[in-house]
Design a protein around this ligand. Structure first.
Ligand SMILES: O=P(O)(O)OC[C@H]1O[C@H](OP(=O)(O)OP(=O)(O)O)[C@H](O)[C@@H]1O
Ligand SMILES: O=C(O)c1cc(=O)[nH]c(=O)[nH]1
Length: 177
């Protein structure tokens, strides 16, 4: 079994919830993928880090993150998996709105200005969330090299429209959904 196989089994066993739900976009669906049950799980999170590093190993970037909250533990998992491989990889968090006090930053963590960054998601349906992150990162002076998600629910066309390189570790068909 590879990390990719092991993570797929973890997602199938722990994250798939059947039943009517309203999604972030307002669309209705018959199932939900609660990837937080994966990215915050002691067994699955280390797999997330390695699988997402493997998925993007041909891309040149040195910081990862995305729109809080779904992207945050994915970024942390990649940071730690990279460190275990002897690679330095920073993480960042894109706030949904700019902080009004303190340093009033929208992108938190080590400075991203002038750096090549990978935008992350746990799952993408319309792609609105990673596009919000892309916009904030470009405003902060970062160069976005690609968007990567654990499970794609249908955002590939939107990403292509925006001219963004897009990777997903799994699609719904991998999950039999
Ligand atoms: O591709 P999209 O249409 O943007 O939908 C997917 C987004 O929805 C979920 O987050 P949610 O908006 O529920 O917020 P959260 O991360 O704060 O839980 C998920 O973590 C993605 O970020
Ligand atoms: O589109 C969404 O909001 C969404 C779908 C899904 O399966 N899981 C999730 O966390 N968000």
């Amino acid at each position: 079994m590879t990390d990719r196989d092991d993570l797929l089994a973890e997602i199938e066993n722990k994250a798939v919830v059947h039943g009517k739900v309203v999604l972030s976009s307002g669309q209705e669906a018959d199932f939900y993928l609660d990837l937080r049950r994966i990215t915050l799980d002691a067994v699955a999170a280390p797999l997330v880090g390695r699988v997402m590093l493997d998925l993007t190993e041909d891309l040149a970037y040195d910081a990862v993150g995305g729109l809080t909250l779904g992207a945050d533990p994915v970024a942390a998992a990649m940071l730690h998996a990279a460190a275990a491989r002897g690679r330095r990889l920073d993480a960042f968090v894109v706030r949904k709105t700019q902080k009004a006090h303190g340093l009033q930053r929208r992108v938190e963590g080590p400075e991203v200005k002038g750096r090549r960054v990978l935008v992350l998601e746990d799952t993408s349906t319309t792609g609105a969330s990673p596009l919000t992150a892309v916009e904030a990162l470009r405003e902060a002076g970062a160069e976005v090299v690609a968007v990567a998600t654990i499970v794609d629910r249908g955002a590939a066309a939107r990403m292509a429209e925006e001219g963004l390189e897009y990777r997903s570790a799994y699609t719904l068909s991998d999950l039999g959904l």
